[in-house]
Structure formats: structure tokens, C-alpha cells
Design a protein around this ligand. Structure first.
Ligand code: SF4
Ligand code: SF4
Length: 676
């Protein structure tokens, strides 16, 4: 179809496109190589199949928060796959007249028809996005509109010029396009067959060049825009974290060159890849309790600003002047952003590319606390009390065992044959509400006939809050004390009724053992072998095995359940508490609008239990309003933090009549109506 000179021009234009495409791609890859190392190369097959399922079946975007957006994206995605094939065909056609990848077989004809079906699907998807972004203008789309407008224009032009070209082909070579229903219809509509042969030849070539140039310009533009996610997104999914999402990476305080993240090159390459993969959809922002309650933090903007800064750092990185890069706080991120993340993980959960926001914020906190001694003023006394007394309130350690001994529970020293260690935690030991859960747990375990004991004054705070507040040193001190005690006691099963303790013992202490020199190999092995059991798992199991017999209590009282982020979204314990409630209360749970993996945080995670919530609305008020709207008389939960936050929130909202109980309390009541 093309003359020799045109073929040379086409080759040059394709070469230029490659150049414009790969220069920014290589630059981004090079920047990632300048960042810190991180091993994400385990379980390659698992990674591969996960990525394939998320991308090919579009599960990454068909998440149920935005079903229509997911559908529109899937239409464009499958259309783009078909068009990519046709683009290769189109370029070869310039050199080989009438070339068609699939020949005149039935498959070829079917494919040519399906390209036209996909053209319509792409246009439908495009219309949806144009309407949403430029007419509805949701807050989530508060960035990238220019980029989006350009890309929408490119997609529209690519599809329409393809159809234009195809119309010319079917008019000139009617047999080739006999299944191309759309181009045939359009050609008839425009009466193209009335055109002279010369005119048709001219328009065919014109359409060919027009389509070619649009597609090549589109390809050149993509890596310069947020649509780079087309490539970085799937790669990011491949390297996602497969371990529990709340597990923080261990910081080796002895070996580390610096603590946490101060400059952009302190982030790992995976953090950088996260930033490059972001499509700015704002799903993370839509579910973030900090953002929704009017705080300065938007997880989307954290990632967007990180990407901008990363790319702007290229000249300094190239010149080997990384130390001249600005410190991220406060130049790129404001302190208010850093200290308002509850680590609930909602952002990570909804992100189509599994971008990991909370670890970035926590690394920035680590640097502020460990390297600069800079943190909210109210944390000073919190850290001091944890360091001195092993609990946040400064109670003497001897007080830890008071309640349990009153309840007749022995310590492990008194009862070394115990099968289970019941970890009371700081709330279960000292807090008025937490102590009620302790009473309930003791009652249930006794009823089930389990042999259990507590640590007593040898128990220290697990360190979850200290760690998430950036004080890794304090966390490791507390963990070391607890691990040494556990190593001495040689227990095999540990029950916890705090999701934060559960996550710390189960997911974080084992990794910490890798860097602690204080234990022999045998001790490490024994410590890793300790089975950490959440109270919701244990209680559900006791019910299933009929170790505890319950009678339904509540007399038709409606009830709901608030999932804790650390049992639920981070560790997947959704069904067990519901099982307990269904047995103890009968009837059906009246779920909250946001429940299970879509749960809305109570506002206390990430150590924020111990900081003051100064800006915007209180997160527990937002959750309490949702509970009030639900209309239930009882809200159960499974976390001492949530229990406190919801009780406070409901009281502030004048809804003290709604009872807030831990699932253990509900279960204990079902054993004996007179309890509590
Ligand atoms: S972890 Fe929760 S609070 Fe933190 S940025 Fe994500 S959604 Fe917001
Ligand atoms: S981080 Fe993920 S969810 Fe948030 S805007 Fe970027 S792609 Fe969307």
C-alpha cells in the first residue's frame, strides 16, 4: 500500500516512537535501581498466577467499591488488547499489501468482527469515564484531569481512525471485510462506494497514515503520563506483599545506616514502583478514615506526591548527589499527614495495584522519632511509661496479675503444666473495659475446662503501638523482654484477645528473631513454634466442639458487629466472631454498611489511641454515627481499642443506650445470664 519513500518514513516514525517510549521507561527503571534493596522475589509462580488473575480477569479493577467503573475499565482493557494486535497488523500492512495476521480463515473473520465489537465497547467505556470525570467530578478525581483528557482524546481518535481506515478497506476489497459489520454499515451510510477509485485510494492512504500517527503518538505519550500504570501496575501486582498486610519490616538497629526514611532514596525500589504504578483513581482516598474525617492525610496524594518527587530527583541521583535531596518531611509531606494514619489498611485493600501506603508513612515516622526525636508532644509520657513500666499508663508491673489472681487464674510459674498462656495485654490487665473482657475470657476458658495460666508481672506491652508510632527501639526492647520470658517458660500455645497483640506475636516477633542475637537456635525454633491463637478463633472452636454450651440470650435484641482492622482486614478473621454472635444471640446480624474487609476503622490503630485527634472530625464519631444509623441495640467488637473508641463515640453522640461489648462478653453472658 505504501510507496518506498513512505515505508522509509514509517520506519523512521516507528523508530522515533520507540525512542520516545523507552527513554522515560528506562529513566524510571534506572531511578528504581538507585533506591534501597528489598527482596520480593520469593514464590514466583504464586506471584505470576496472582498477577495473571488480577490483570487478565480485571479483578484488580472489578472490586466492588466501584462496580460500574470496574466494568467500564474492563471494556477498555479488553478493547485495548484487541487493538494492540491490530496495531501490529496495521504496521505490517504498510509493508505487505493486504496483510492480515489471521488470513481469511473463519477465525480471521471472527476476529475482524470482534475488533469492531470491541471498538463499540471501548467507546462506551470512554463515555462513562468522560461523564464521571468531567460532569460528576468526584473528589477522588481531584488530580490528573489534563492527562485523562488527553488520553481519552487519544483513545477516541485511535478507535475512530481505525474505523475510518477499515471502511476504506471494505469498500476497496469487499471480500476482506465481510464480517466487519460496523465498517460495512458506516461505508454504506456514507455512500463510499460512489467515490471514484482514485479518491478511494487517496482516502485509504490518508486513513492509514492518520491511524498510524495517532496510535504512535498515543504510545509515545503513555510513559510520560499517569497511564504508565498500564505497564507499572501489573509489575507492581507481581511484586505485591504476600505476607499479612500489617506486618512491618524489621529494622536492624545495629546494622542500619539510617533509621526509617529521611530522603526519597531511603525508600526501597518497591516503594518507588508503588509510586510509578498509581493511576490516581482515588479509591484509597475514598475509604481513608483520616481523609474522610477531614485530616490532612490523603493516601492518594502521598503516592502522587511521592511519584512527582521521585521523578524530580532524577538529576540529583544521576549526578550522585543524593545527600543534597531535600528531606521528605516537611518538604514533600506535612507532619500532619504522617501522624494521622491509623494503619487500618483500607487504602491498600481497595487499590487496584495493591500499592502499600501505610509502610511508607510508618518509615517516615520512624525517621522522625529515632533520628530526630520529633513526635507529637503527648507521646513523650507514653513512651516513657512504656519504657519504665512496660504499660502505657505507668501502673507498677505487680498490678498486672491482680485481676487474674482475684479470678483464681494462676501464673505460669505457679502452674507450669498449663496448656495455654492467656495473654492479658495492657487493656485486659489495667483498663476498666478491657478487664471486663478478661473476666469473660476467664469464665469461658474455665467453663471449657482448658488448662491455662497467665504471665503475671513478667508480661510487658507487646509493643504494637510503640512500633507504629515510629519507636522501633522501644518496640524491640519490649519484644526482647517478652521473647526472653516466653523462651524460659516454654509454652506452646498463646491466646490473645487483642488483635494488635495477635498481629505482633503472630506476624512480627518471628521476623524479629532473625536479627536478635540473644537466643540460641533451639530457643528461636521453640519460639517460632508457639501457636498464636486469637480469642475469636478459640471461642468459635470451643462452640463448634461443644466444649462450651450456650443458650441464646438477648431476646430478639438486634445486634451488629464492628470488625477490627487487625483481626479482620489484616489477618482475615471475619467469620469467627460472627459465628460466636450467631450462637450466643441467635437471629441474624444486622451488618454495618461498611463491614468485613470494607470495615471503617475506629480511629485508634497505628498508635493513634495515644495521640490527640486535633484536626477535623473524630473518626470514632463517624463510626458511631454509622452504628446509630444501623439501629441495633448492641454492637459487638473484638478489640479493646475499638471497644473504648466506640463506647466514647456513642456516649459523645448521646447514644449510651447502644451497648458495646466484646464478643467474649457476649459469649460469657450466654453461659450465664446473670453475668455482667
Ligand atoms: S492505612 Fe488507613 S488511615 Fe492510613 S492512609 Fe490507609 S486508609 Fe488512611
Ligand atoms: S494509590 Fe491505588 S487506589 Fe490510590 S489513587 Fe493510586 S492507584 Fe488509586
Amino acid at each position: 500500500m505504501l510507496s518506498t519513500i513512505e515505508r522509509i518514513i514509517l520506519a523512521l516514525v516507528v523508530g522515533l516512537t520507540f525512542f520516545l517510549f523507552f527513554i522515560p521507561v528506562f529513566r524510571r527503571i534506572w531511578i528504581l535501581t538507585r533506591l534501597k534493596a528489598e527482596n520480593r522475589f520469593d514464590s514466583l509462580f504464586r506471584r505470576f498466577f496472582y498477577t495473571l488473575s488480577r490483570v487478565f480477569f480485571q479483578l484488580c479493577t472489578l472490586k466492588n467499591e466501584r462496580p460500574w467503573t470496574g466494568l467500564a475499565h474492563a471494556l477498555i482493557f479488553y478493547g485495548a488488547l484487541t487493538f494492540d494486535t491490530m496495531t501490529v497488523n496495521h504496521l505490517i500492512e504498510g509493508y505487505v499489501d493486504g496483510f492480515y495476521l489471521f488470513g481469511s480463515t473463519w477465525f480471521g473473520k471472527l476476529f475482524s468482527a470482534s475488533v469492531e465489537v470491541f471498538s463499540l465497547m471501548v467507546l462506551a467505556g470512554l463515555l462513562f469515564f468522560i461523564f464521571k470525570r468531567f460532569v460528576l467530578k468526584p473528589t477522588a478525581y481531584n488530580t490528573g484531569s489534563r492527562d485523562s483528557a488527553l488520553i481519552y482524546l487519544f483513545i477516541f481518535l485511535a478507535v475512530s481512525t481505525y474505523l475510518l481506515f477499515k471502511m476504506m478497506v471494505v469498500v476497496q476489497h469487499p471480500t476482506e471485510g465481510n464480517w466487519s459489520f460496523l465498517s460495512q454499515f458506516l461505508a454504506r451510510l456514507l455512500k463510499l462506494s460512489d467515490f471514484s477509485g482514485e479518491a478511494l485510494e487517496f482516502y485509504l492512504k490518508f486513513a492509514y497514515w492518520l491511524h498510524t500517527l495517532v496510535v504512535l503518538a498515543f504510545i509515545s505519550y503513555v510513559p510520560h503520563s499517569k497511564y504508565f500504570h498500564l505497564f507499572a501496575g501489573p509489575v507492581n501486582l507481581f511484586f505485591r506483599k504476600h505476607r499479612p498486610t500489617a506486618e512491618m519490616p524489621v529494622l536492624d538497629l545495629e546494622a542500619a545506616e539510617n533509621f526509617g526514611v529521611e530522603r526519597v532514596n531511603d525508600f526501597t525500589w518497591k516503594d518507588g514502583l508503588d509510586a510509578l504504578a498509581c493511576v490516581e483513581c482515588g479509591r484509597c482516598q475514598d475509604v481513608c478514615p483520616a481523609f474522610l474525617s477531614g485530616k490532612a492525610l490523603s493516601p492518594k496524594m502521598v503516592i502522587v506526591n511521592l511519584e512527582k518527587h521521585l521523578l524530580a530527583s532524577y538529576p540529583k541521583l544521576k549526578a550522585g548527589k543524593a545527600q543534597e535531596l531535600p528531606t521528605l518531611v516537611p518538604q514533600v509531606f506535612k507532619e500532619e499527614e504522617i501522624w494521622t494514619c491509623t494503619t487500618c489498611g483500607a487504602c491498600l485493600h481497595v487499590c487496584p495495584f495493591d500499592i502499600e501506603h501505610p509502610p511508607k508513612l510508618l518509615s517516615l515516622r520512624q525517621n522522625l522519632v529515632l533520628a530526630k526525636g520529633h513526635f507529637p508532644v503527648e507521646l513523650k509520657s507514653f513512651f516513657q511509661k512504656l519504657e519504665t513500666f512496660g504499660n502505657p499508663w505507668g501502673f507498677p508491673p505487680s498490678k498486672r496479675a491482680e485481676l487474674a489472681s482475684e479470678l483464681g487464674v494462676p501464673t505460669l510459674s505457679q502452674f507450669p503444666q498449663a496448656d495455654y498462656l492467656l495473654w492479658l495485654g495492657c487493656f485486659g490487665s489495667f483498663d476498666e473495659h478491657g478487664q471486663k473482657t478478661t473476666r469473660a475470657m476467664v469464665k469461658i476458658l474455665k467453663e471449657a475446662g482448658l488448662k491455662f495460666a497467665i504471665l503475671g508481672e513478667e508480661e510487658h506491652c507487646c509493643g504494637d503501638s510503640a512500633r507504629r508510632l515510629g519507636n522501633e527501639y522501644l518496640f524491640q526492647c519490649l519484644a526482647l523482654k517478652n521473647l526472653k520470658t516466653l523462651a524460659r517458660k516454654r509454652i506452646s500455645r498463646l491466646i490473645t484477645f487483642c488483635p494488635h497483640g495477635y498481629n505482633t506475636f503472630k506476624n512480627e516477633y518471628p521476623a524479629l528473631l532473625e536479627i536478635l542475637p540473644d537466643f540460641s537456635c533451639e530457643e528461636k525454633e521453640n519460639l517460632r513454634a508457639i501457636k498464636v491463637i486469637s480469642h475469636v478463633e478459640l471461642l468459635a472452636e470451643l462452640i463448634r466442639k461443644k466444649r462450651v454450651r450456650l443458650k441464646v440470650v438477648g431476646e430478639g435484641e438486634t445486634y451488629t458487629f464492628h470488625d477490627s482492622c487487625y483481626y479482620g482486614r489484616h489477618n482475615g478473621l471475619f467469620s469467627q466472631p460472627r459465628e460466636i454472635l450467631a450462637t450466643a444471640l441467635g437471629g441474624r446480624i444486622k451488618e454495618l454498611g461498611r463491614s468485613r474487609e470494607h470495615n471503617f476503622c475506629c480511629g485508634a490503630g497505628g498508635g493513634l489511641m495515644w495521640t490527640e485527634e486535633k484536626a477535623g472530625k473524630r473518626i470514632n464519631h463517624l463510626r458511631s454515627e454509622e452504628i446509630i444509623r444501623n439501629g441495633s441495640q448492641l454492637v459487638a467488637t473484638s478489640c479493646p481499642f475499638c471497644l473504648t473508641m466506640l463506647q466514647d463515640g456513642l456516649r459523645d453522640k448521646g447514644a449510651e443506650n447502644i451497648r458495646v461489648l466484646d464478643v467474649a462478653q457476649v459469649m460469657a453472658q450466654a453461659i450465664d445470664r446473670d453475668e455482667n
